[in-house]
Design a protein around this ligand. Structure first.
Ligand code: ADP
Length: 494
């Protein structure tokens, strides 16, 4: 099979790389395997890409190790300049990158463009950080000089999911590269294409060979090879809590590589009687149905105070029913298909569970159309905290609604899952907003909005939603290790 092919989409035709990207070259996997990536809108294969397995990871690690030594010789400003250039190239090729995302992932073109814009912004942001990494000088008395250096960790494995293929790629690559690491990214097997296209831009941006490597492949083979590799110094993972545990175990039983995990969620979105109802409805709708519910931070539990409950739910249903579900390339589409048959089946199973557990199906609950992995926007009411649909991450366009009495009740229900990624609070009472934000056990609290992620602000989980923070200056901590240097300025006293 060749190493690239031409792909036509409704908005652009482009040359799509298909190989693994190692040492700035597109290559075939050593085992000669390939796998298909499927268009979730049509259920038909788009193309096959070359598959990386453990041996390919080995080669990438060797290359990345050598590159690490050379990368350390590149000045921080020049590292930053390359990231900035890469950001410019993302913006130049926004139509192509967005079209690939819509094709391979199924997200609407408008959302895909947003992802590419944010990916570019994120790369540029970390390009800015590259020459601003500073340590401390610490007063340990006049006879010593003590200071710290924030040094790169080395070769980083980065395992990413399919819900934001190019955006999360940028979240991972940006901070790691800015501070002088080299990386091996394993993309999700469902969505390998946009990262491969970005590899061409990596060459164009002037990155030396081996600094950024990208492997298409499966979790159990390529992913496991990364998390258990003895020569990988750090692994960063975004995905399910189940796989996060496996990765942590593999790190522990191999070389104790550093680990950061951004995992699942079951985030409460809490609407008080005193909220601005129109805004709360818009944000709640966006909170769950954006990206077809395939966000780890999705506001998948809607908690509504009893005073406005009936009115709110009636209007929320109306609003959700208006979301345009359909072809990602159609200009008015809001919700595209779920990523795969597997996810489609999992979600439909949860819908059945909800019915069996006695929740009321207030909207949707069925497949949308006859072709593609589309699911209707779905609302369950009369949900109680002990139900499976209130506890487990569904990762689809399904929201469960619970009624609450007062702040204490909202906090109790809000904090009642094993996750702690995000939460939303809608109220016009400032003191209440701050009290609630303090009480909710979540890595992000959105007040009078939802899903507003900025690359300048940290993102990550409390409880079983993971550890380590992505984005903002905090992400730099994931990719640096601190060295204390102690200099004696006088002769030995003994
Ligand atoms: P989902 O269930 O939504 O596909 P996963 O957590 O399974 O999410 O996948 C996220 C990423 O983790 C993907 O790149 C996938 O290939 C990878 N992955 C899956 N299983 C493993 C594993 N055992 N070890 C390492 N990576 C894995």
């Amino acid at each position: 099979m060749s190493l690239s092919t031409s792909i036509q989409t409704p908005i652009v035709t482009f040359e799509q790389p298909l190989g693994l990207f190692i040492n700035n070259q597109f290559v075939k996997g050593l085992e000669g395997k390939t796998f298909e990536t499927v268009n979730p809108t049509t259920e038909k294969p788009i193309v096959s890409v070359h598959e990386g397995t453990a041996e390919d990871v080995d080669i990438a690690v060797k290359v990345a190790r050598e590159a690490f030594e050379l990368w350390a010789e590149v000045t921080p400003s020049n590292r930053g300049r390359m990231l900035t250039k890469l950001a410019d190239l993302f913006e130049r090729d926004i139509e192509t990158l967005a079209a690939i995302e819509s094709l391979d992932n199924g997200k609407s073109l408008i959302m895909a463009k947003n992802d590419v814009r944010n990916a570019a912004g994120c790369l540029r942001y970390y390009g800015g950080w590259a020459d601003k990494i500073i340590g401390q000088t610490i007063d340990t008395g006049n006879e010593t000089l003590t200071y710290t250096r924030h040094e790169p960790i080395g070769v980083c494995g980065q395992i990413i999911p399919w819900n934001f293929p190019i955006l999360i790629w940028a979240w991972k690559v940006g901070p790691a590269i800015a501070v002088g690491n080299t990386v091996i990214v394993k993309t999700a097997e469902q969505t390998p294409l946009s990262a491969l296209y970005a590899c061409r831009l990596i060459i164009e941006a002037g990155f030396p060979p081996g600094v950024i490597n990208v492997i298409s492949g499966f979790g159990r083979t390529a992913g496991a090879a990364i998390s258990s590799h003895m020569e990988i110094d750090k692994v960063a993972f975004t995905g399910s809590t189940l796989v996060g545990r496996t990765i942590l175990q593999a790190a522990a039983t191999s070389n104790l590589k550093k680990v950061s995990l951004e995992l699942g969620g079951k985030s409460p979105n809490i609407v008080f009687d005193d909220a601005d109802i129109d805004n709360a409805i818009s944000w709640s709708n966006y909170g769950i149905f954006y990206n077809h519910g395939q966000c780890c931070c999705a506001g998948s539990r809607l908690l509504v105070q009893e005073g406005i409950y009936d009115k709110f739910i009636a209007r929320f249903k109306e609003r959700a029913a208006q979301n345009r579900v359909g072809d990602p390339f159609a200009p008015d589409t809001f919700q595209g298909p779920q990523i795969s048959q597997l996810q489609f089946d999992r979600i439909m199973e949860y819908i059945n569970h909800g019915k069996e557990e006695g929740a009321t199906l207030a909207l949707g609950g069925e497949r949308h159309g006859t072709k593609g992995y589309f699911i209707q926007p779905t609302i369950f009411t009369d949900v109680t905290s002990n139900m499976k649909i209130a506890q487990e991450e569904i990762f689809g366009p399904i929201i469960v609604v619970q009624k609450f009495k007062d702040e204490a009740d909202a906090i109790k229900i809000g904090n009642s899952t094993s996750y702690g990624l995000a939460a939303g609070v809608h109220t016009s009472n400032l003191n209440r907003a701050i009290r609630m934000s303090n009480a909710l056990k979540a890595g992000t609290v959105w007040v009078n909005n939802y899903n507003m992620i900025s690359y300048q602000a940290p993102f990550g989980g409390f409880k079983q939603s993971g550890f380590g923070r992505e984005l903002g200056s905090y992400a730099l901590e994931n990719y640096t290790q601190i060295k204390a240097v102690v200099c004696r300025l006088t002769d030995a006293p003994f």
